[in-house]
Design a protein around this ligand. Structure first.
Ligand code: DGJ
Length: 766
């Protein structure tokens, strides 16, 4: 056993205790043949090298197993090979369709005759140092000393072998799981469903928590009691999507932000996903997460292996905030490219809402000048700079600059931008092809399509475009070559990688008939291959992923691109909701957030500049507006915002983020950033509708240093006094003890009016 393995403890032959700093996950091989979950929750023992309290006692063949097989006359037993276990009574780690366990399975596999493969028998286990590579898929990096438990299961008849892989990420409090399915037989097999993780729960009142939404309204928090039946959140659109996010939590009914048990799963994947809870037997709900079986059927020839994406499992005894802390730390420390984990993100100005398709070298350089004057660090040229693209109806695929718009070329423009002391970024949408493009004329077969049906401009279009067939290696090669050349020639510091269409039809004539069900997943694998080559060639380039805003905000993309354009909706009030929901899984540093003009281009609302600033400054910050047209007073305010952000950038981008008040539940949103030891705290408070200020409740902080004395002052925002007539006092700035701030709260007195935000500085003085 490697020295690394101290977080994986084998007890007897058939019990495995996986520990993280604060959680335990205990697997027991029931009857010596079927892996089951014995315990998942708060860490069982303080000493990782000892047997877990309460685990060492009962053996797998002893009393507990008998209890699990209590007489249930209508249950089916699993046959002799599986010791006649009644699988429906067990918290299975990897249930198989056809086994007599009727809950939604983890695996559905068929043999060459299309008969189901109804059973898997535990064969062996091993502990490996680190984590094996997930073929072609991103996964969380392990730290020195971490290890992986592999459980090998097999079906002797068909030769199907399944390896369940578990890696405890100690300080992030995450158990990472994935599955490798191998065909050791002589005949081809078919996989119809391969979940990355399956978890059996004990009975109890649970709520589902998911992130749902739409374009321009992504990742709203949805919480509902888990009812008898099947609950699912999923994407069938080819990307993780605006509609749902590959995340599902089960929260104890009385769990809330800061307390209670929460069990959650995130899939490190950017395509179709399914996260479901089968609670058709309310006494034994099961959570599954993995690739969506919709549009999925994988042929496994003899000797071939299939690897599932990684699922990250988090248990928190400290409510939803504790859950988010697990996901924030694993994403920020183990998923985002290592090069970027502690590298500060620049303040950017993006040209989209400033100039849309009206691209021109002169106008862009004027915009850059206006940006440089107020302290912006990078300028990003968005859509419309290439081919004949004057709208969204052409040129995707023709990645040559338009010489009338950019007479000195993209390299000439980059040179000018750099001469102004600014970094230069460029928008691209590599995965798409316009039917009106030279690329389409040259390669009409390179898009996803069904032969014999409408093609080109007559095919089903989304935003006037088609999707390149990334399951084809030649398309991947073209993409790698084209964008390597472009990024190098332009000397880019930043790339915004957009993707503005879901996948339909999911069809590639390049694959044989029996492999047609592999297109959606092969698309994602092709994308990951392209991204990993480009990432390796351009490690210093800051990549921002985007899909019509936040249509592909997932841990898979973050493994290549450290930030995502959170939403096309830049309205500050809408963003309170979107960013609050996004923070359930993703740390603020991964969220692109920009101040834009008013009235807002998406929702038509006018919010104060200070509010737009405070909301956008809670993330990776920038602007999306034509500053040339702004008043001197507004430009001065922008300068103050950037100064403020740069001063507190390390805290905001790499500090601890805690949600305090939800806009989904009231008229305010509040959150805070805290440094190590809580010496420095920034508190962000936003009120949506104006209310009589005397009725404003204090904001209760959390996670301050016990006994600490804090000086509270206004860090950013409108300092005018509150009260309808403006006569009430400004906030009660001054000294507060941590206990007072936590138990009573800080008495904010926001100015009158709608849509106000303030940022408070809490500095520990003792
Ligand atoms: C969609 C993106 O989300 C926008 O920010 C912008 O880049 C447009 N595409 C450009 O077409």
């Amino acid at each position: 056993m490697p020295a690394a393995a101290h977080m994986i403890r084998t007890i007897g032959n058939h019990v495995f205790h996986l520990a993280t700093q604060d959680s335990s996950y205990v697997i027991e091989i029931a009857g010596g043949v079927v892996p089951t979950l014995r315990y998942w929750g708060r860490r069982l023992d303080a000493d990782p090298s000892g047997d877990a309290v309460g685990v060492a006692g009962a053996g797998p063949d002893g009393r507990r197993l008998a209890e699990l097989n209590v007489d249930a006359p209508y249950r089916i037993n699993a046959g002799k090979r599986l010791q006649r276990l009644q699988l429906e009574g067990l918290r299975l780690e990897y249930g198989v369709q056809g086994s007599g366990d009727f809950r939604r399975p983890a695996l559905h596999a068929l043999d060459a005759e299309a008969f189901p493969i109804p059973q898997l028998v535990y064969r062996s286990h091993r502990v490996l140092s680190g984590k094996p590579e997930l073929a072609g898929l991103p996964s969380a990096r392990t730290a020195a000393g971490e290890a992986t438990l592999e459980l090998e299961l097999a079906d002797e008849v068909s030769g199907l072998r399944v390896v369940l892989s578990y890696t405890p990420h100690e300080s992030q409090n995450i158990i990472a799981r994935h599955v490798r399915v191998e065909n050791d037989g002589e005949q081809p097999l078919v996989l119809d469903r391969v979940m990355s993780a399956s978890v059996g729960f004990a009975p109890g009142a649970l709520d589902t928590v998911t992130l749902t939404g739409a374009w321009a309204g992504e990742r709203h928090v949805t919480r509902a009691p888990l009812a008898t039946g099947v609950f699912a959140t999923e994407s069938t659109r080819g990307t993780s999507s605006h509609i749902a996010n590959p995340f599902l939590a089960l929260a104890e009914r009385n769990a809330y932000e800061a307390h209670g048990d929460v069990y959650a799963a995130v899939l490190v994947y950017s395509g179709n996903f399914l996260a479901e809870v089968d609670a058709s037997l309310p006494q034994s709900p099961r959570l599954n997460i993995g690739i969506n079986p919709f549009e999925f059927r994988w042929r496994l020839d003899p000797g071939e292996a299939f690897t599932s994406p990684e699922a990250l499992l988090a248990y928190s005894g400290d409510g939803l905030s504790g859950m988010s802390r697990c996901f924030h730390s694993v994403i920020a420390e183990c998923i985002v490219p290592e090069h970027w984990t502690r590298r500060e993100r620049p303040v950017v100005l993006n040209s989209w809402e400033a100039q849309y398709f009206e691209v021109g070298e002169e106008a862009f350089l004027e915009l850059a000048d206006s940006a440089a004057k107020v302290g912006v660090e990078y300028v990003v040229l968005d859509d419309g700079w290439f081919g004949t693209r004057n709208g969204d109806d052409s040129s995707l695929g023709d990645w040559q600059e338009n010489p009338w718009k950019l007479p000195t070329g993209i390299d000439g423009l980059a040179h000018e931008v750099h001469a102004r002391g600014l970094g230069f970024g460029l928008w691209v949408e590599p995965e798409m092809i316009s039917p009106v493009s030279e690329l389409y004329n040259a390669h009409p077969d390179w898009c996803l399509h069904i032969p014999g049906r409408e093609r080109g401009a007559e095919a089903p279009l989304g935003r006037n475009q088609l999707v390149l067939d990334l399951s084809r290696e030649e398309v991947q090669e073209w993409m790698i070559g084209t964008f390597s050349e472009l990024f190098a020639r332009a000397g880019l510091d930043y790339v915004k990688w957009d993707m503005n269409r879901y996948l339909a039809p999911v069809a590639s004539p390049a694959l044989s008939a029996e492999r047609r069900g592999e297109v959606a997943h092969r698309y994602v694998l092709g994308l990951y291959r392209v991204l990993s080559v480009l990432r390796g060639r351009f490690p210093d380039v800051l990549f921002e992923s985007c899909a019509g805003g936040g249509g592909r905000f997932d841990a898979g993309m973050l493994a290549f691109m450290p930030q995502t354009w959170t939403s096309d909706n830049t309205d500050a009030v809408s963003r309170l909701f979107i960013q609050y929901g996004t923070s359930f899984v993703f740390p603020p540093v991964t969220m692109g957030a920009h101040v834009s003009a008013v009235p807002n281009h998406q929702v038509g609302r006018s919010t104060p500049l200070a509010t737009r600033g405070a909301v956008a400054m809670s993330a990776s910050f920038g602007y999306e507006a034509d500053l040339r047209e702004w008043s001197d007073a507004d430009r001065d305010e922008v300068r103050r915002q950037i100064e403020f952000y740069r001063r507190f950038r390390t805290l905001i981008q790499f500090g601890r983020f805690t949600r305090l008040e939800s806009p989904f539940e009231g008229n305010r949103a509040a959150w805070m950033f805290t440094d190590e030891g809580a010496r420095q705290v920034l508190l962000f408070v936003s009120r949506i509708r104006g209310e009589v200020s005397a009725a404003e409740p204090p904001v209760r902080l959390r996670e301050l240093a016990a006994g600490g004395l804090y000086e509270v002052s206004l860090a950013y925002g409108d300092a005018s006094p509150s009260g309808e007539d403006g006569s009430a006092p400004a906030d009660d700035y001054g000294m507060y003890r941590a206990a007072e701030l936590e138990n009573h709260g800080f008495p904010v007195r926001l100015p009158v009016g709608d849509y106000v935000s303030r940022v408070y500085n809490l500095h520990r003085v003792d």
